[in-house]
Design a protein around this ligand. Structure first.
Ligand SMILES: NC(=O)C1=CN([C@@H]2O[C@H](COP(=O)(O)OP(=O)(O)OC[C@H]3O[C@@H](n4cnc5c(N)ncnc54)[C@H](OP(=O)(O)O)[C@@H]3O)[C@@H](O)[C@H]2O)[C@@H](O)CC1
Ligand SMILES: [K+]
Length: 218
C-alpha cells in the first residue's frame, strides 16, 4: 500500500468517482471493511459504540454501525459534533435511525453514553479522519477522554481523531487507538514516530478504488 497526502487522496477519490465508483459506494466499502474487521476478531465484537463527528469519516462509522447491527451486534451511535454536514453522511444517519439503532448526543446525554460504553466490547472512532486540522476543542477533549478511558479496544477509522494526517501532529486529548484502519492508502501520520503510538496497529484496507486511479503517484 502506498503513502499519500490528504490532497493526493482527494485526487484519487475524485479519479475513482470519475471512473464510476461513487463517493457513496466508497463510504459503503470503507464502513463495510470496518464492520468485517470487528466481526472477524476472536471473539467477534458483540457490542459496539460508534463515536461519530460530522464529516465523511462519520459516514463510514454509520455504515459500520448499520452492518454490525445487521450481523447481530448490539450497536449504539454517539454524535459528538451535532448533526452531520455532508450528504452521504446524512443519508447514512437516516438509515441507522430507520433501523432503530439508538443515537445519542454526547453533550446532552453524557451519562447515558458512559453507561453504554461501560458494557461495550469495542468503540469505533469515526469523529475525524483526514479532514482534521488544528487542535481538538476543549469540549471535544471531554469526548475523547471518555472514549480513551476504560481500556476497551478502539478501532479508529482512517485516523485516530486529533491526529493530523499529513504531519502526524498530535493534538492534546487525541484518541489512542488499538487499531487504525487505513482506507485505500497509508497517510503520512500512519508512519511517523510521533503519531504511531496513537494509531496502534495499522490495518490497510482496499475500498474498491481501481489501481489506475492512483496514477497521479507514478
Ligand atoms: N471523500 C470521500 O467521499 C470518502 C471519504 N472517506 C472518509 O472520509 C474522511 C474524510 O472526510 P472529510 O473530508 O469529510 O473530513 P472528516 O475527517 O470527516 O472531518 C471533517 C469535519 O471535521 C471538522 N473539523 C476538522 N478539524 C476540526 C477541529 N480541530 N475542530 C472542530 N472541527 C474540526 C471539519 O470542519 P471545518 O474544517 O469545515 O471547519 C469538518 O466538518 C476520510 O478520512 C475517510 O474516513 C471514505 O468514506 C471514502 C470516501
Ligand atoms: K477517526
Amino acid at each position: 500500500m502506498k503513502t499519500v497526502t490528504v490532497s493526493q487522496m482527494k485526487q484519487i477519490e475524485k479519479n475513482a468517482a470519475e471512473s464510476g465508483l461513487s463517493y457513496t459506494q466508497m463510504m459503503e466499502n470503507a464502513g463495510a471493511r470496518a464492520a468485517d474487521f470487528l466481526l472477524a476478531q476472536t471473539p467477534p465484537a458483540r457490542s459496539a459504540v460508534v463515536f461519530a463527528g460530522k464529516g465523511n469519516n462519520a459516514g463510514d462509522g454509520f455504515v459500520a454501525a448499520r452492518l454490525l447491527k445487521k450481523a447481530g451486534c448490539e450497536v449504539t451511535v454517539v454524535l459528538t459534533d451535532g448533526l452531520p454536514q455532508t450528504a452521504d453522511t446524512c443519508r447514512n444517519l437516516e438509515k441507522i435511525q430507520a433501523m432503530g439503532i439508538p443515537v445519542f448526543d454526547f453533550l446532552e446525554e453524557t451519562a447515558a453514553v458512559t453507561a453504554q460504553l461501560k458494557n461495550a466490547c469495542v468503540a469505533v472512532d469515526a469523529i475525524y479522519g483526514t479532514g482534521f486540522h488544528g487542535a481538538l476543542r476543549q469540549s471535544m477533549r471531554l469526548v475523547t477522554e471518555v472514549l480513551n478511558a476504560g481500556g476497551r479496544s478502539i478501532l479508529a477509522l482512517d485516523m485516530p481523531s486529533g491526529v493530523s494526517a499529513d504531519t502526524g501532529e498530535v493534538s492534546p486529548g487525541a484518541v489512542r487507538a488499538t487499531w487504525t484502519m487505513a482506507f485505500d492508502s497509508l497517510k503520512p501520520a500512519h508512519l511517523l514516530e510521533k503519531s504511531i503510538p496513537f494509531c496502534g496497529e495499522i490495518v490497510p484496507v482496499d475500498i474498491g478504488i481501481p489501481a489506475e486511479c492512483h496514477e497521479i503517484l507514478e
